[in-house]
Design a binder for this molecule. Structure first.
Ligand code: ADP
Ligand code: MG
Length: 481
């Protein structure tokens, strides 16, 4: 049987307002537990919420970026449930009248194709606190610093059909919210969390199959793994004669395994009702227009600009334009060294590999934009070869100093002085009489192939520091002459 996977995402995006959505407490992470929880966040009776205007503005900016309808009127509702990290007994959220309706996000897939994913809606809500299970001797600690942090939950239509598409969607949304500066994008801190809904159906079938929901994935890699596994699992269940049960699942990134968290026997009943403490939010057209005129450059526009302004390939432009921090780094390198192509090669090659391996964000790169620009300049001005440049990069990465310091202290300056280089070339020719004879007897085509041997020998003798252009010139002269 040929199966088609169907995937829809629900994404919690933490908005980077300074204070909480309904109280004046700070949203900063890392403080002493419960030091940033006001009486309201603690659920004390008699406290009243006051809506943070910035949270609304940031939601509107997202709506504008994804071409959605921005509700001129939206309503906060209480989603009632009990949990220790939710002292009020309800989460203030939106259901019937969310702030954003519809919208779409276009994906650039790895095979070069494009795809549009429709959004169902996005709503504002507050985050819950955290239950801490370690360090409390069999008891659970409750930290309410996160309680009341503003979230926007983005709900997609079930428009994706593979893990790769879902990850491309997640990455694009990450790029959009960080470009808009409405979220810090730090997934390791839970600033973006993904719930993935997955079902399968025979290819060609129109009706949707029964779905499962895997909750709270906080990295692209885990998301990809979880979706792959879940599609496989469902196919196995169905092909084994069973039925997929609608359930909520939890994925463990360390083991790569998911397990059932709870089975949905019937629809959850949260007894939503409009929050009597909060007035409906009315957003004026003028406010929307003011925010529209103040929109920063978005990933798609930046991609186009990068391709045009810097003459980059579509592929390079795509990689460099997605994340605001990467784009800024790239533009800083180009501003310094003037070579966009080299900047792109380095950032998408060496630097990306190192950052990925160390799971480091580009903002925290040990090699900053000025240093990378300097390395590129030193290749261009002939101080070092491009091969040695990798060594310089590595040393800078390890904290050995600036590129110029590394070149100096490690003695990596390229040998262009033809006096010394000429001696080495002569030596290589003297040491390899058979190869020289063979070369001189060969036809031009064969000679071209054999030439590399001599270049290699010279490079070996000079520890890779010989200026390749000089080596070619000298060898050419001596072998042919
Ligand atoms: P709920 O009200 O239970 O949260 P929704 O209808 O709002 O369910 O859907 C939640 C998410 O699940 C959406 O992203 C939606 O696209 C996705 N989804 C719904 N049905 C399916 C399905 N059969 N297969 C895959 N994804 C689905
Ligand atoms: Mg839902």
């Amino acid at each position: 049987m040929n199966w088609e996977a169907v995937i829809g995402l629900e994404v919690h995006v933490q908005l980077n307002t300074r204070s909480k959505i309904f109280s004046g407490s700070s949203t900063a992470v890392g403080a002493e537990p419960n030091s940033q929880a006001s009486l309201l966040d603690l659920g004390m009776p008699g406290t009243l919420p006051v809506l943070n205007r910035e949270a609304v503005n940031k939601a509107v900016r997202l709506g504008l970026a994804i071409d959605a309808r921005i509700s001129r009127r939206c309503v906060f509702e209480r989603k009632n449930y009990f949990y220790p990290d939710l002292p009020k007994g309800y989460q203030t959220s939106q259901l019937a009248e969310p702030i954003i309706l519809g919208g779409e996000i276009s994906l650039n897939l790895e095979d070069g194709s494009e795809k549009t994913v429709r959004l169902h809606h996005a709503h504002l809500e507050e985050d819950a606190g955290k239950s801490l299970h370690e360090d409390f001797h069999g008891m659970t600690g409750i930290d309410l610093n996160r309680a009341g942090t503003p979230l926007i939950e983005v709900v997609s239509e079930p428009d994706m059909h593979s893990a790769a598409e879902a990850v491309a969607f997640a990455r694009k949304l990450h790029a959009i919210v960080t470009s808009l500066d409405i979220c810090d994008g730090d997934m390791s801190q839970g600033s973006m969390r993904f719930d993935v809904n997955v079902s399968i159906r025979p290819r060609g079938e129109q009706t949707l199959g029964t779905r499962t929901e895997t909750k709270n994935l906080n990295s692209f890699r885990f998301m990809e793994m979880a979706i792959h596994r879940e599609i496989e699992r469902q196919i196995e269940v169905v092909e084994g004669g069973g039925e997929v049960v609608q359930e909520t699942r939890l994925f463990n990134g360390e083991t790569g395994q998911a397990r059932t968290m709870r089975i949905k026997e019937e629809a959850d009943d949260y007894r939503y009702f409009p929050c009597p403490d909060l007035l409906p939010v009315v957003i004026e057209e003028a406010d929307i227009e003011a925010l529209r005129t103040d929109m920063p450059e978005l990933p798609d526009a930046r991609r186009e600009r990068f391709a045009q302004q810097y003459g980059l390939s579509d592929y390079d432009a795509g990689l460099l334009s997605g994340e605001r921090a990467t784009a800024a780094y790239f533009e800083a390198v180009v501003a310094e060294c003037g070579d966009a192509k080299q900047a792109a090669n380095w950032i998408n090659g060496e630097l990306a590999a190192r950052l990925n391996a160390g799971e480091i964000g580009i903002k925290d790169s040990p090699v900053n934009s000025a240093s990378l620009a300097r390395i590129i300049e030193r290749v261009a001005d002939g101080t070092i070869s491009s091969k040695i440049a990798k060594q310089v990069f590595e040393a800078c990465w390890q904290g050995e100093g600036s590129p110029d310091e590394v070149i100096e202290s490690r003695g990596l300056k390229q040998m262009s002085d033809s006096g010394e280089l000429e001696r080495i070339v002569d030596q290589v020719i003297a040491d390899n009489p058979d190869q020289v004879a063979g070369y001189r007897a060969a036809d031009e085509k064969k000679q071209k192939k054999m030439f590399g041997f001599f270049v290699g020998q010279v490079m070996k003798q000079t520890g890779g520091k010989a200026n390749p252009r000089e080596v070619n010139r000298l060898l050419g002269e001596k072998l042919d002459g």
